[in-house]
Every structure is written in structure tokens, then in C-alpha cells.
Design a protein around this ligand. Sequence first.
Ligand code: G3P
Ligand code: MG
Length: 243
Amino acid sequence: MILCGHRGVASLAPENTLAGLREAHRLGLEWVEIDVQLTRDEQVVVIHDEKVNRCTNGKGWLRQYDRDELGRLDAGSWFDPAFSQERIPLLTDYLTLAATLGIRVNIELKLYPQDDAARLCRRVSEVIEQHGFDKDTLLFSSFEPDCLRQLQMLQPDIARALLVERIPYDWQTQLQQLNCTGLNCHHRHLTRVLAEAVKAAGYRLNCYTVNHTGKAATLAAWGVDMIFTDTPQDYLNAGWRPS
Ligand code: G3P
Ligand code: MG
């Protein structure tokens, strides 16, 4: 089972920063997961929350910041003063470093209520096209089916996973309609029966956010392909391999 660093390696470096990506590389991970959104001037940036308060020294709604203003915020000191030079990365810079380090990236498109799916997906697609990132090293996911529909049209060659908390009763219909290759679900609601059904139908099955090796062992036995974890170092210390 693959260990995917959640938001980089969220327990060892500030989440969704280049420092986290470097940490993932140091640990030998093959995959990381990040969250992306748009600034006011339509730059794709790597950040989870719709406000900058929790993970920077700024305040307010991300969508009200231009990239330049955002780039001045300290995105590391909240985690540890040693990371005070970290900034909220542009997706371009994140993927450039990931390509250099040989790390694959699950790009989660975060769509908050006031956001526009078409706009976010168009800009993400433009970043990938403009910089010629290797499409085989990327995976898109989103809780918002409309994002997956848009991405299917814009970037049909990049794999897509439907992201859900609980697997819906009509999961197979949804995956077929969205032409997804996989399902990313919360581990809390997964059962052996459901996991085996998803795998038997030929889909990849990934679980978030699994920070206990015992739980992960159970998921591996059920056929789960990949887990998102904040603490990959615990797995590696226990003898797990990154993939
Ligand atoms: O993509 C898996 C996981 O990151 C989804 O939840 O809130 O951590 O982005 P969240
Ligand atoms: Mg995420």
C-alpha cells in the first residue's frame, strides 16, 4: 500500500508548503497530496482553508488576496519559527519542485461555496499545460463532482478520483459518469465489504487521513491502494515501505 504524504508531510513541516514537499522527499515518499484554490487575481495556490488565518500570519479570506499580497505572508511560523521563510506556494512552483524531486502529486481541488468550479479547473489546467508537467505523475481529486466533470473535458489524460467522506450508495454510477479511475474516502466509514466491492469493480481505492499504523494494516488487508497520512515517518519507522 502506498503512503501518500497528506498536505506534504503535515506533522513535520507546515502543511502545503515547499518545505513539506522536501520533507516527503527526504522520507522517500513517492506521493503527496495538496489542496489548491484561486487568489483574487486567479493564481492557483496551494492552501487548504478558505481563510489564511490558521496557516499564515495574515487574516481574512484567501479569495480577497492577490498573489503578491499573499506571497508576503509567513506560512511557516505558525508551525515552527524555523519555517518562517515558507510562503503559500504557487501550484507552478510546487509542481516544478515535485518534478525535480520525482514525487507524484494528488491535486485536490478545493471548492468553497463562493468559488467557481469552471474558473478553478481552467486555471489549474492552464498551469499544467503552460509548464508541460508530466500528466502521468498527477492525480486530480475533489469533493465537488462539477470539478471532476470540468477536468474530464480539460485534461482527459490526467487520472481523477471522486473524493467523499462516506461512500455513497450510488458510487459505481457516479464513478462511471465522471469517468474516474478511483475513489478517495475517509477511512472511518469504510467497511471490508465496501472496500472489496470497489476493488472488484476495478477502481483504485485511497483513504484519508490515516495516522495509525494498526488501522492502516487493516485497510491494506481490505485491498486499499493508498493512504493519506500526516505521519508517514511512523510507518517508515515501523518498517513499512513508501509504496
Ligand atoms: O484528499 C484527502 C484529504 O485531504 C481530504 O480532506 O480536508 O484534508 O483536504 P482535507
Ligand atoms: Mg486535501
